[in-house]
Design a protein around this ligand. Structure first.
Ligand code: TXA
Ligand code: MG
Length: 339
């Protein structure tokens, strides 16, 4: 049976986090909110506990997990070297939505790193995650708390619908803020490399450390991505998704008669004038942050048997738009270029 704690209330919240921490210390898996998406946690030093994460999610064993810690001191206990560039990034962006890939010192179980010599480490800023990590006083391995392949969960309800009955509990802290996962940056190279675009933008990183690179495989070169998880098809909604660069309405009209019911995901401005069977507004074009925050919930809103095809607008690949478009391209089966 999966426990669900509502922690919006402060006093009972502490108690709930305490119970969750005890479960984690005893080797169970518990989902918790972070500022990006909900994570599914387990004691990162306990191989059997970590195996429970892979089993609950149906996650491929070759995809390493991120170790979550509360402080820089705890982070240092998991790595053999902390290069100056990583230290600079930590001081500027942690706690926050940035994951550092660093040389592992082997303190975490081998299934956390999927046998790699490096480890991904992150300090989440969400107050519930912070409190939980402090109470455990352990590194907590935590991938996104979804069934492998599905969109990451941004509410406890999303976690529940994927993992109820498969994990010990869910701490419900309401919707997460950022809405897309952390940026993963490889700090083992002379010039750091973005392996996954996310909550901290390339522009923000460059302001602090000068030039950063982006894993060329992210631009669909056919190369093998440096983050093992980036090679998988991800974020798939229940029905096919087409990413449409040009006029959405033209494609809706073209597909009428070929498919039964057409759904649309678009900015509020575009959604206002679209005629389709179901239209979900992601937020204003003026705020890519709002669009990121609503993206995964929107992908989960279209259900099989209700909608047969989803058409989604494209967004500028700047700032958080890089993460939005990376996820949409992975979720989409067809890309319709503009004319
Ligand atoms: O925002 C987030 O990062 C969320 C919350 C829960 O913290 N977590 C998350 O974890 O998105 P997950 O497991 O869904 O994605 C982790 C990504 C995967 O693409 C994985 O391959 C990559 O990070 N990764 C982890 N460790 C790595 C390593 N040592 N080297 C390269 N890539 C690594
Ligand atoms: Mg994930």
């Amino acid at each position: 049976l999966t426990k669900r704690w509502n922690i919006n209330d402060n006093i009972n919240g502490k108690q709930a986090i305490n119970e969750a921490a005890e479960l984690l210390k005893s080797g169970s898996t518990v989902a918790f909110p972070t500022e990006t998406v909900y994570g599914l946690g387990a004691d990162a030093t306990n191989e059997t506990a970590v195996a429970g994460i892979f089993a609950a999610k149906g996650r491929p064993a070759d995809n390493p997990l991120i170790a979550h810690v509360a402080t820089k001191e705890q982070l240092k206990k998991l790595v053999s070297i902390l290069p100056p560039v990583a230290e600079k990034l930590i001081d500027q962006f942690s706690p926050g939505p940035l994951t550092y890939v660093l040389p592992s010192n082997g303190v975490c179980a081998t299934n956390v790193t999927a046998g790699l010599s490096t480890i991904g480490v992150r300090m989440p800023s969400h107050p519930v995650a912070q409190e939980l990590l402090q109470q455990c006083d352990l590194p907590i391995a935590a991938p996104s708390a979804n069934t492998s392949g599905k969109p990451s969960p941004t509410t406890a309800g999303h976690v529940w619908s994927d993992l109820e009955g498969k994990i010990a509990g869910v701490l419900d802290g309401g919707p997460t803020g950022v809405g897309v996962e952390s940026t993963v940056i490889d700090c083992t190279q002379e010039i750091p490399i973005i392996l996954r675009p996310g909550g901290v933008t390339r522009e923000q990183l460059e302001e602090v450390i000068g030039s950063v690179m982006v894993d060329p495989a992210l631009a669909n070169t056919g190369d093998k991505p440096k983050a093992p998880g980036m090679k998988y098809k991800h974020y798939a909604p229940e029905v096919p998704l087409w990413l449409v660069e040009g006029s959405l309405q033209n494609v809706v009209d073209e597909q009428r008669g070929k498919v039964q019911r057409i759904g649309v995901m678009a900015s509020t401005e575009t959604a206002a004038s679209i005629r389709a069977d179901k239209v979900i507004s992601l937020g204003s074009k003026q705020s890519l942050n709002e669009i990121a925050a609503n993206l995964y919930d929107a992908l989960r809103t279209f259900k099989e048997g209700d909608i047969d095809l989803i058409l989604c607008e494209t967004f500028p690949e700047q700032g958080i738009g890089q993460a939005i478009m990376n996820r949409l391209k992975k979720a989409a089966s067809v890309y319709v270029p503009g004319k």
